[in-house]
Write a protein that binds this ligand. Structure first.
Ligand code: F6R
Length: 364
């Protein structure tokens, strides 16, 4: 049942304040702003490396979590595409924790990678939306995404749910390794619990996001840029747009632009920049100016603080509520989803069942 929505994807995008509240309720005690017990058998102080393995959108969630785990827990992290990982001779010490992220829990390559590591690492954890799935059954430990059924082929609420689980996991890792204090924990988690409200505010910007979509609909190529933890979000935004609107899109680390992709830039290429006012903001603005100097059309996604610093910079500005720096990709994900959704609706493509794609990929 789509309720008042034209597509399941729209319904699922709009469900995110609720689905994330549900995920948070399972992981965070809202009174104390401390983690509830989960994965109690795992001690991150006893592992020497984290492997994050997944496909597609779930792989981008892992890529974001790498920044968090390094930052909060000082742990070496490798992010792996399941279909590549399973065929590599990865050097293992046996003291790794391997985390497999999957909405469906049935993705063949992710399942094969999980099997491939049986008895070879210290812990195998599945972060899944379907607790009865093959991946959930095979792993020794599970964290449930709690997003509820996701029908639209393009993953939305499962992605942000995965991020909430991985965020809690990174905080837990930091606490156990002594790199996150109890005060840090409260600060990180109280900011994490603000996301449902911030996302409600973003959903109310639908009109402004439709205007951005109008700007993209006739483009042959679109670039998405970010730095730091927003870089993998740029990759996810590009995937979402490609999948449902069939417009060619690429995500790039903004600092990498001048090493090649800037050659693509002219007036016909819109460039969407995910630019929360974080430590990377000034550098990102310089990268944006490089784009503007070559005639590129800039669309900045930023917060009020960022917007005030963009007054003299070319391009249009979409202002979203300010989220805690580390958690900004979770809030901006909703912007990326709405941009892709509205472009697809304007183009008249099949939003919920894009051509050539299946909801769960059970072939290798
Ligand atoms: C993109 C998308 C896919 C899935 C990928 C993994 O919107 O939905 O890229 O993320 O096929 O699927 P799961 O998470 O079910 O393993």
């Amino acid at each position: 049942d789509k309720g008042p929505y034209q597509h399941f994807m729209a319904k699922e995008i709009h469900e995110q304040p609720d689905s994330l509240r549900r995920a948070l309720l399972g992981l965070v005690d809202h009174h104390s702003c401390k983690l509830k017990p989960f994965l109690e058998e795992i001690d991150f102080a006893g592992v020497d490396r984290v492997l994050l393995v997944a496909c597609g959108t779930a792989h981008y969630a892992c890529h974001i979590a790498k920044y968090w785990l390094e930052d909060f827990a000082g742990l070496p992290v490798e992010v792996e595409i399941a279909s590549e990982f399973r065929y590599r001779n990865v050097a293992l010490s046996g003291r790794e924790i391997a985390i497999f992220v999957s909405q469906s829990g049935e993705t063949a390559d992710t399942l094969a990678a999980l099997n491939h590591l049986r008895n070879r690492v210290a812990h195998r954890v599945a972060v899944v939306n379907v607790p009865t799935s093959s991946i959930a059954r095979e792993a020794e430990h599970i964290v449930e995404i709690q997003a509820g059924p996701e029908i639209g082929v393009a993953s939305t609420k499962a992605f942000t749910g995965q991020l909430i689980c991985l965020a809690a996991l990174a905080v837990k890792a930091g606490l156990q390794r002594g790199t996150v204090s109890q005060a840090d924990e409260q600060n990180l988690l109280s900011n994490l619990t603000m996301l449902p409200r911030q996302i409600t505010e973003i959903l109310a910007l639908d009109g402004a996001i439709q205007a951005v979509a109008k700007d993209l609909v006739d483009a042959g190529d679109v670039l998405f840029l970010g730095r730091g933890v927003m870089y993998p979000l740029a990759l996810e935004a590009a995937l979402k747009l490609k999948e449902i609107s069939y417009i060619h899109a690429e995500g790039y680390a903004a600092g990498e632009l001048k090493h090649g992709p800037i050659a693509l830039i002219d007036q016909s290429v819109p460039v969407v920049v995910f630019a929360p006012s974080d430590e990377h903001f000034e550098k990102l603005v310089s990268n944006g100016k490089e784009v503007a100097a070559r005639g590129g059309r800039l669309i900045w996604v930023t917060d009020p603080k960022g917007a005030s610093k963009l007054k003299d910079v070319e391009g249009s500005v979409l202002k979203v509520p300010e989220a805690w720096d580390a958690w900004a990709p979770i809030a901006h994900a909703v912007v990326a989803q709405l941009i892709a959704y509205h472009v697809a609706v304007l183009k008249g493509t099949d939003v919920d069942q894009p051509r050539n794609l299946a909801k769960s990929v059970t072939v290798e």
